[in-house]
Write a protein that binds this ligand. Sequence first.
Ligand code: SF4
Length: 410
Amino acid sequence: MSKVAQSERIHIAFVGKRNVGKSSLMNKIIGQELVIVSATPGTTTDPVKKAMELLPFGPVVLIDTAGLDDAGELGEKRISKTIKTISESDFALLVLDSQEKLSEKEKFLIAHLKKLELPYLAVINKSELGINYELVEELIRLGIKYHTVSCVTCDGIFELKEKISQMLPLDEQLPLVSDLIKQHDVIVLVVPIDLGAPKGRLIMPQVQTIRESLDVDAIVVITKDKELRGALNKLSQQPQLVVTDSQAIMRVSADLSDEIPLTTFSILMARYKGDLAEYVRGLKKIEELNNGDKVLIAEACSHHAQEDDIGRVKIPRWLRLHTKKNLEIDIVSGHDYPENLSEYKLIIHCGGCMLTRRMMQMRIKQAKMLGVPIVNYGIAISYMHGAVPRALLPFDEAIAAWNEITNIII
Ligand code: SF4
């Protein structure tokens, strides 16, 4: 199987009531018994994920979810996990029992999928037992695309894979950096190797920036912040772009003449996964924070926190220093993203390199719907260090948003 990061794969959620055959269907599509299948309703508790190549489409992640009619207090928790999984998926398979009509839970699910504007396909399972044509009529009346399968005889499984492949949303193929440079341009990447840097490797935004730059035949120069000046002196021409780690932005900015375009890996990632203009607009809130206001710092993965960790230590420190306010700061990581965001006055989110674009977009949409401003680490750090608007200059949409919040036209 090709090595594609989970965050770059299309996520497909298998949803429906208990015992309609979600796990069996996922196993049939994968071609192995990954998920435990039982006739006892509710065997799948937490979402089960499996990365695979779905031919003819390509790399995907399949997610089996708990039944929507799961019972009891624990059941409710599983249902809310299932709803969260759906929100973060790119496509859903709504698995139905061929013997039944649409239940209230399934109608709720259909309405939810519609609200999320999530593309989906209804899969009528257990066709070996015959089909309740009232179910088919209902789906047709609601304009829902469906496909019939049997996980016992495997009828319709091959065709289902083909149908899913045709319906999956195509990757938007947004550029990380390739639209900012061209063939033979020199791009300098500043990568500080400090305590916070992972041992023996580069992080994903750095690797992706190198790869995209090479893809456009640009010349890539990589240096640590301490060696930047020396590296620039050795070049026979000025670089067309410099990209730095956010934490070194002030030092790098001081070493570069003003006409050299400068940005950060985090700002590149903010545009690639998130919404650059929305994050820039969120900066305004930093100036409006008051004593006692709650700020959420959110990291999309749980990594081992360093002594002077960026999210847990540095950003809270810089924020309190910058605002001179006594703020209440909550820090969450991994999947612990809070459902109730309305108690926060500001969200500062990490680059989200481990999230799919849709997951990051959902988080932004959620914040916007509740009127909570959101910024990302890199933009907030550059701003608090005085490197904004310089680090935003390569991006028209970011500058337009900056002009909007400052009323100063650049
Ligand atoms: S998901 Fe967020 S916290 Fe995790 S490595 Fe990526 S940017 Fe950092």
